[in-house]
Design a protein around this ligand. Structure first.
Ligand SMILES: [Zn+2]
Length: 388
C-alpha cells in the first residue's frame, strides 16, 4: 500500500473508540521500525517528522539553523524511505509533519511527499492563527493532504516548540476555529506537556476535550482531536538508563490511564516522541556497557564519547551526528558496528511503539478504515466546498 492521507484513519479511530499513536522519527531506521511493528499488530501507522527533524535529515546536525533547502532535502529523504517500506507493508501508512511553523515548512514537507501536515500557529494571536491555518488548508486540500491545527499553548520543550506557560484550549473557540480554517483535526491544550519532565501525577483536564467535542458534534463537525506532549516516559527505561551511567532527573510522563481516559472524548491521535528517544538511549548504553571494546570502534566509538559527555541527555540527535551520514544516506550498510546501532534503534522503536499500539487500541483495526488516496481526498474536499 502506498502512503495515504491521515483524515480517514482518524475518522475510523473516532468512530470505533480507539486512538492512533503518532510517532516521531529522526532516521530512516526508525521509520522502518515504526512500520514493521504496526504491520505486526495490523494497525495503521502514523509516522511523524518534525520540522526540525527534516532539517536534521537534510544533513544539519545544527538542525535549529536548518534552511528551507535543508528541510526539503530531509523531507524527501524520509518520504522516499517511508514510501519504500510502506509499499510492502499492506497497512495504511501516513507521513505527517509535526509542528510546521510556517507555509514554507509545510510546502517543503508536501513537496517531499508528506501526506499530512500540522501547522502550529498556537503561539500567535487567535486571528493570526486562523489566518495562517487557513492559508495552509488552501495549499494542502487541493493536493488531498490532511491538515492539523493547534489551539491553546502547551508547556514544555520539544524542538523549537518551547513555552513556560500553558494556556488551555477554550472549548468554545474550537468550533469557530474548525469553521473558519477548514482544518481536518485539532491539537488541544488540556494538561499534557512536551518533554520528559512533566511533573508528578499529572491529571488531564478531560472536561476540555469533552466540551470541545460536544460543541463540535452539535455543529455537525467530526471532533478529530489530537493530544500532543503525550509521552508516558516509562519509569523502567529511565531507571535502566541511570543504572548505566545516565543522569536523568525529575522525569515524568503522562500516566497511561489518563491518556486512555480521554480517548472516548474525541482524542483520536496521541503524539509520542520522548519514549522512543529514551528506549534508544537505554539500548545504546546497554550495548556499550556489555561490549566495552566497541567504545573504541572507528565507526561508532564517537557515539559513545558523546553519550558519556552528555549523561543528562536522551535525544539521539545529540550523539548520532558522527554516524548520521551513514545512517541516513547509505542504503546498504555493511559495517557490523553500525548495523548493531541500527538494530538497537529498531528494537527501541518496536518496544515502546508496540506497547502503545496495544494500550491505545489501534491493533487489528485496519479493516475498519475506509482508506483514501490523495486523489480521492481531493474529490472529497472539492465536494465539501461545493456543498458549503
Ligand atoms: Zn507537539
Amino acid at each position: 500500500m502506498s502512503i495515504v492521507p491521515m483524515k480517514p484513519i482518524l475518522e475510523a479511530a473516532l468512530k470505533n473508540g480507539y486512538a492512533q499513536g503518532a510517532f516521531n522519527v529522526n532516521t530512516v531506521a526508525q521509520a522502518e521500525a515504526v512500520i514493521e511493528v504496526h504491520k505486526m499488530f495490523r494497525s495503521a501507522a502514523i509516522i511523524q517528522g518534525a520540522d526540525l527533524a527534516n532539517a536534521f535529515m537534510g544533513g544539519r546536525s545544527d538542525f535549529m539553523n536548518g534552511t528551507v533547502e535543508d528541510k526539503k532535502l530531509g523531507a524527501k529523504r524520509i518520504a522516499d524511505a517511508v514510501y519504500k517500506y510502506a509499499e510492502h507493508a499492506d497497512i495504511p501508512v501516513v507521513l505527517h509533519l509535526d509542528h510546521g511553523k510556517d507555509i514554507d515548512s509545510v510546502k517543503a514537507a508536501i513537496d517531499g511527499g508528506y501526506t499530512s501536515v500540522m501547522i502550529d500557529g498556537s503561539s500567535l494571536p487567535y486571528s493570526d492563527n486562523v489566518e495562517l491555518t487557513r492559508e495552509v488548508v488552501k495549499y494542502a486540500h487541493p493536493l488531498g493532504v490532511t491538515v492539523e491545527g493547534e489551539l491553546g499553548v502547551l508547556t514544555g520543550i520539544e524542538d523549537h516548540v518551547f513555552s513556560d506557560k500553558s494556556t488551555y484550549t477554550d472549548p468554545m473557540l474550537a468550533c469557530d476555529f474548525f469553521k473558519k480554517t477548514g482544518v481536518d483535526c485539532l491539537a488541544i491544550s488540556y494538561g499534557t506537556q512536551h518533554g520528559a519532565v512533566k511533573g508528578n501525577n499529572i491529571k488531564l483536564r478531560r472536561e476540555i476535550a469533552i466540551a470541545a467535542s460536544e460543541n463540535l458534534r452539535h455543529s455537525g463537525i467530526n471532533p478529530l482531536l489530537v493530544s500532543h506532549g503525550s509521552s508516558t516516559v516509562p519509569a523502567y527505561i529511565v531507571e535502566r538508563i541511570n543504572q548505566l551511567g545516565g543522569d536523568l532527573k525529575n522525569t515524568n510522563g503522562i500516566p497511561i490511564n489518563e491518556l486512555k481516559s480521554v480517548i472516548p472524548y474525541g482524542i483520536c491521535k496521541i503524539n509520542v516522541d520522548t519514549d522512543i528517544r529514551l528506549s534508544i538511549t537505554r539500548n545504546f548504553r546497554e550495548f556499550f556497557t556489555n561490549h566495552p571494546d566497541k567504545k573504541k570502534s572507528t565507526t561508532i566509538g564517537r557515539v559513545w564519547d558523546l553519550m558519556e559527555q552528555n549523561p543528562d541527555k536522551f535525544d539521539p540527535r545529540i550523539y548520532l551526528p558522527p554516524v548520521m551520514d551513514k545512517l541516513i544516506i547509505e542504503t546498504n550498510i555493511t559495517d557490523s558496528d553500525l548495523l548493531s546501532l541500527v538494530s538497537l534503534i529498531k528494537a527501541g522503536v518496536h518496544e515502546v511503539v508496540g506497547t502503545l499500539i496495544v494500550q491505545f487500541g489501534s491493533f487489528g483495526r485496519i479493516d475498519r478504515i475506509n482508506t483514501r488516496s490523495l486523489s480521492e481526498m481531493i474529490d472529497i474536499y472539492n465536494e465539501e466546498m461545493r456543498i458549503s
